[in-house]
Design a protein around this ligand. Sequence first.
Ligand code: AMP
Length: 573
Amino acid sequence: MKLAFNDELEELARRRGFFWPSYEIYGGTAGLYDIGPNGIKVKQKIENLWRDHFITSSLLNIVEIETPMVTPQRVLEASGHVESFTDPLVICPKCHRVYRADQLAEAQLKIKTEGMALDELKKLYSEKEIVCEACGTRLLDIQSFNLLFHTYIGPFTAESGFLRPETAQGIFTAFKRTFEAERKKLPLGVAQVGRVARNEISPRQSLIRMREFTIMEFEFFFDPDQVPDLDSLQNKIIKIRLSDNTLVVEKMKDIVARGLLKHPWMGYFMASAVDFMEKIGFTADEVTFQEKSEKERAHYSAQTFDVIVSTKRWGDVEVAGIAYRTNYDLRRHSEFSGQDLSVSVQLAVPVTKKVTHVWVNRAALGKKFGKYSVDIVNALNALAESAKEEELGNKEKIILNLPFGKVEITSDLARIEFKEETVSSEKIYPHVVEPSFGADRLLYAVLDHSLRNKEDRRILSLPKAIAPYDIAVFPLVEEEKLVHKARAIFEMLKKTGFDVLYDEDGTIGRRYARVDEIGVPWAITVDEESIAGRGVTIRDRDSWTQWRVNEARLSEAIEALRKGLDLKLLGFA
Ligand code: AMP
């Protein structure tokens, strides 16, 4: 049976060792996938490119840390996930099949449902006929389902916990230590690449919707009053679709100047995200930033753009999100942990401001009012917060209306003082922009994007930077002297630092077909001519062009190819 093009990727992924359902021998579990030997090479190269792009090569201070998957309940209460990390679920009363209620309604009614509140969905299901795809029964039973994977930490007196749904909370809870280790300077980016788990309701979309996957993200902490130097990225053209559906394709600096972004740092990382997507094979034009509406945004976000690319089977897919988390998380963790996570920032120019201060003669106040003095001091402090100097400043007496009665406080007992103070720093909760990329979705998207047919063959035209191997080496036939020479070349190239695949099994045609399907950009073949000292052939995966290259200059020739240079013009071939 000829598979539809849609399924070719899945078929190839299984056969050629990119990915397949986990625990297959036990029937598999929805949403869990193994990444095979070729898949992991591509995925690791994507991760390393991401690290290199956003961390190592960045002119900003962005560092990487590692924090646990297992997360105490309190942390995810503070972050809001225990309360809000939910999706709507609907169950078929007859066959018990379970669906994401918003997605099923969207598919059957052809309307947009993302971000719809539970009550709105319930109303929709009661008004329209939405049915079970398996047995046709009308569906009505909508519930809210929390996607956190619950677990217990330790035996017996076990503490309740969850597997992390994002790496971000580990970064926020480690913020103080990381900030101190990085010399207490803003801006500071803190990155993490790691596994996360989300108990997705009915994952049926391959690597696009998994229950455990790898996130590559960083929290970029900054002082919201400081405007970034947009440097070389300012002229990058980015394509954004605003939440009101307007399409804007403009230079990043113009998008920032028009005030379309809640902070210029959003623009900086959106432009940088396009640069990264180009490195893994997408053109800038193939990347769209879709702004989420207020209803669709996560609870912590003031503005979010999904980074969208198109796939053959699943249509538009979000491969990353760029969110302006403001100071929400640091504030919440300060409140819940009782630790002060604010930082001191230097003001550009010192400012002189009026400060209010409550002066108390504790001994005299205690003598006169006894146990009520604490309430009196609290009331004076509260009053001082909202007090105006002309009303209360340095008054001879202040009258307080307290639950136990009216009291008169004379200035020898306590008074509210107003002073001028010049300050050169202030305490703030840093704001955060978070670019968050899904490594597995990117793996899927680049495979999908690279898969093409040439004649009756399939070719995975992966960008060379993320191909599973740099180059393959074959003897033309399995003859001892050819095998011997091919192995010597394989060893030499490995020692030079190339990632090389060696293969001598089957016909040369089948070996070329295999490397085309796993996306190896070039294959070297050793033949009789090579034994006679007339060089080896290098075959190009995409054009199937072959060049004969002098063996002594092989490494140089590969380097030239990797740089995209023409071997003929350089005189190699
Ligand atoms: P989010 O925190 O929901 O914005 O997710 C960040 C990124 O993780 C997304 O842009 C996706 O690339 C990826 N992602 C989210 N959910 C899944 C999932 N269920 N399976 C695979 N990747 C996912």
